[in-house]
Design a protein around this ligand. Structure first.
Ligand SMILES: Nc1ncnc2c1ncn2[C@@H]1O[C@H](COP(=O)(O)OP(=O)(O)OP(=O)(O)O)[C@@H](O)[C@H]1O
Length: 249
């Protein structure tokens, strides 16, 4: 079974080929990391999966449905959630209020002025589940803007989880974080993967995070697929060592 089947996607910006015929199969419950030097095409590849723009050529199939040209909202409705390199969440609201927006949207209750008892209970339950899963239950009343980077990322992931996504796309989840916060966010991702069996595809620059978390790694260089395999296979791959791991970023 395959959750995500990317078939030979290419993206051209004018004469620049940012991604060239890259394929990737992600199994349900898998955690896949996409790595590569700056400009390798990781973000472009990610943007095609999440629907930010369509590929110039190639196909993308999500859980059996071809989504190549499907808009972002339709992909979200199918169970694809994405977080961004720069946290996208309302800093002036509390963690709980942010998560509530996600839960109400996911339940189709966002425009309602008044919620009946059953809907209100479902919203409460959705908020609690997302907060517990991300370790934020004790911080529900805190303003997001006052939290650490790591907790802000956790709050963003909590909001993404309210969609009950079948595929979670994380764009550099530890970007700009210090050691302590990186560790906390990596642990959260590990819990979501190991304990809750989320299927996760992430772009990540921190190699310790990648090699500790990923089931499989996709390596891109200059828009092409250089290698794909388990962390051990990638670490042993001479082409990867030469093209990427040996170089300081
Ligand atoms: N919208 C765009 N228009 C034109 N060129 C683009 C566009 N987006 C990306 N590119 C180019 O495509 C190539 C791949 O960029 P991309 O951002 O996908 O790489 P990346 O691996 O994510 O890099 P980084 O690690 O620095 O984020 C680069 O040469 C970039 O300049």
């Amino acid at each position: 079974m395959t959750m995500l089947d990317v078939r030979g996607v290419t993206k051209q910006f004018g004469s620049l080929v940012a991604v060239s015929e890259v394929s990737m199969l992600v199994a349900p419950g898998e955690l896949r990391a996409i790595i590569g030097p700056n400009g390798a095409g990781k973000t472009t590849f990610f943007n095609m999966i999440s629907g930010f723009f369509p590929p110039t050529r190639g196909e993308i199939v999500f859980d059996g449905t071809t989504i190549t040209r499907m808009p972002v909202a339709a992909r979200v409705a199918m169970g694809m959630a994405r977080t961004f390199q720069i946290t996208e969440i309302f800093p002036e609201l509390t963690v709980g209020q942010n998560v509530r927006i996600g839960v109400e949207s996911a339940l189709g209750l966002r425009q309602r002025v008044w919620l009946g008892g059953r809907d209100a209970a479902a919203v409460r339950q959705g908020i609690e589940e997302a907060l517990v899963m991300t370790g934020l239950a004790s911080k529900a009343g805190r303003l997001v803007g006052e939290l650490s980077h790591g907790d802000q990322r956790a709050a963003e992931i909590a909001t993404a989880l309210t969609l009950k996504p079948r595929l979670l796309l994380l764009d550099e989840p530890t970007a700009g974080m210090g050691e302590h916060e990186t560790y906390a966010v990596a642990n959260l991702i590990r819990r979501l993967h190991r304990n809750s069996s989320y299927t996760i595809v992430l772009i990540e620059h921190d190699m310790r995070v990648v090699f500790n978390l990923a089931d499989k790694i996709t390596v891109l260089t200059e828009g092409k697929l250089l290698a794909e395999g388990t962390p051990a296979e990638i670490a042993d791959n001479p082409a990867v060592q030469e093209a990427y791991l040996g170089k300081a970023e």
